[in-house]
Design a protein around this ligand. Structure first.
Ligand code: FAD
Length: 295
């Protein structure tokens, strides 16, 4: 059976796109591998109406709402290939099936590459984060660290004093200029140039090269973000270079540089959130629907 639209990625962005399409009575297949970016966090913040809920519950509710429509289909699998066929596409999945559709929506999100410091990965999403808006408030104006990954971490360090007493661990990633020292001092940020060796403890105790230990309530760091490039490369979608990694270039209706292929969520944003994923997903769904009606 052919679908009007196949959506690769069944999290916030993909489900939001799918909801618009099934409400327009279109036949939609969501293919999802089940690896949401925020699966490490216990609570999700900043999405109106769902603030503080477990992210898995928000996604499960979204899936249930989508699947309530008779033209919604779901496949738990990984999309591994895509080809143009006639005016549509055929998507291949890991289990071997080849699935045709007239339009394609890429909503596969991004993967975070974390700094390689012992103890960091275990605390990712619990006491070590990248987004102050998502997890800063809960630190209760406590002791906050910024682990520099590049000079871009200046931005993090200058923001975080609004959420607590901030120490910037430069960790050899960059040396602040005299002007930057001034900006950090104006915001009350303490600068710690000693290298970070490891992180331990219930929250985030930072162990420095000279043997000192700094106890923190939370630590923020930038990640490198990676798109799952397989489908994007096979389709030839144009990318935009972002501060943390590339993302798919889209038009105002979320259409990529390849006609008939739409993209939304973190995969098509310079920096994502659940709210932005849902918003851009809704736009991709209506954009794909418009292209089915009028092209
Ligand atoms: C630790 C952490 C905490 C966060 N906390 C918050 C928060 O509190 N509030 C907030 O607003 N944001 C938060 N975020 C950001 C938020 O997770 C993302 O912005 C959001 O998940 C993006 O939604 P998405 O639908 O674009 O992608 P994702 O939610 O990442 O979902 C992508 C889905 O596509 C699937 N997929 C990918 N490739 C394929 C393929 N080839 N075939 C099949 N399926 C595929 C994946 O398995 C996954 O299920 C947090 C992020 C992290 C890392």
């Amino acid at each position: 059976m052919s679908h009007d639209v196949i959506i690769v990625g069944g999290s916030y962005a993909g489900l939001s796109a799918g909801l618009q399409l099934v409400r327009a009575r279109r036949r939609v297949l969501v293919i999802d591998a089940g690896k949401r970016r925020n699966r490490f966090a216990e609570h999700s913040h900043g999405f109106l109406g769902q603030d503080g809920r477990p992210p898995a519950e928000i996604a499960a509710d979204g899936r249930a709402e989508f699947m309530d429509y008779p033209t919604a289909d779901w496949l738990t699998d990984s999309a591994t290939s895509v080809q143009r066929e006639g005016e549509g596409f055929v998507v291949g999945v890991r289990s071997g099936a080849r699935l045709p559709a007239r339009r394609l929506i890429l909503a596969g999100g991004v993967r975070d590459e974390l700094p390689t410091i012992p103890g960091l990965v275990e605390r990712w999403g619990r006491s070590i984060f990248h987004c102050p808006y998502c997890h800063g408030y809960e630190l209760d104006q406590g002791r906050i660290g910024v682990l520099a990954a590049s000079e871009l971490s200046m931005h993090h360090a200058l923001m975080l004093p609004d959420w607590g007493h901030t120490t910037l661990f430069t960790n050899g990633a960059f040396v602040p200029s005299a002007e930057q020292w001034g900006q950090l001092a104006n915001r009350g940020v303490v600068v710690e140039p000693e290298p970070v060796r490891a992180i331990s403890g219930e929250r985030a105790n930072v162990h420095l090269g000279d043997g000192r230990e700094v106890a923190l309530d939370g630590l923020f760091t930038l990640t490198r973000t990676h798109l799952d490039s397989t489908l994007v490369d096979q389709l030839g979608c144009q990318l935009t270079a972002g501060h943390t990694g590339s993302y798919i270039q889209v038009s105002e209706i979320q259409e990529t540089s390849v006609p008939g292929v739409f993209a939304c969520g973190d995969a098509a944003l310079p920096a994502g959130s659940v709210a932005l994923a849902v918003g851009s997903g809704a736009r991709a769904g209506t954009g794909a629907h418009a292209s089915l009606m009028f092209r």
